[in-house]
Write a protein that binds this ligand. Structure first.
Ligand code: 5GP
Length: 192
């Protein structure tokens, strides 16, 4: 997706050979115009899949998921990372090891919001080693719903996430695939 790749080149900060910081439009401040375009692009790619729900993980997945769900005319649910006082019983839960925080979190979704009749699209901001996506996949499996695919805003193609998901037969659609972050520079897999 051209507009996204331009934004990454203009505003992304390469923190190391494996971490890209995009706080100015995705992970802290949010650019709603770009998010709308991202939602339109995911909706276009999955338009024939009969999606009934979009599932993501708080907090950075919420903006692209809301815009995608709006385009598809369905609701979005975000898995919570912290135990909530009001979210106790009737939960689907999974353990997720965080690439950026180097710690494990239990993520959970109320059974009320995903059921076995749902066709679920999972959305996340980044794909690195696939742990967040696998945790969300696990939650979809527990609910008995059908996983239609996974939409990723920024994939780091040099990490293992895609292989892990594809070997499970999961469709992965990424809007920007980064080939390398070497020498402080972002290189994409395909041309702009
Ligand atoms: P994974 O679970 O695929 O290993 O990592 C994906 C999760 O880690 C995403 O939800 C995202 O929050 C975070 N993440 C992984 N790599 C990066 C990165 O390079 N930059 C940022 N900002 N977040 C990342």
């Amino acid at each position: 997706m051209k507009a996204l790749k331009h934004k990454i080149l203009e505003e992304g900060n390469v923190l190391s050979e494996s971490v890209l910081k995009v706080d100015s439009f995705l992970n802290h401040q949010i650019d709603p115009v770009l998010m709308q375009q991202i939602g339109q692009e995911f909706a276009q790619r999955f338009k024939d899949a009969g999606i009934t729900k979009v599932l993501t993980l708080e907090s950075s997945g919420i903006a692209p998921s809301v815009m995608t769900a709006l385009e598809l005319g369905v609701k979005t649910v975000f898995a919570r990372k912290r135990k909530s006082l009001t979210l106790i019983d009737g939960l689907y839960s999974a353990e997720v090891y965080s690439f950026t925080k180097k710690e494990s979190n239990e993520i959970s979704v109320s059974e009320q919001y995903i059921s076995k009749e749902d066709n679920v699209l999972v959305i996340d901001d980044f794909l690195a080693n696939g742990q967040a996506a696998l945790g969300l996949t696990d939650i979809v499996e527990q609910s008995g719903a059908t996983l239609v695919g996974i939409g990723i805003v920024i994939e780091k193609g040099f990490q293992t996430g895609r292989a892990l998901l594809e070997e499970r037969g999961i469709r992965v659609e990424s809007l920007a695939i980064i080939d390398s972050l070497a020498d402080g520079k972002v290189t994409f897999k395909e041309e702009l």
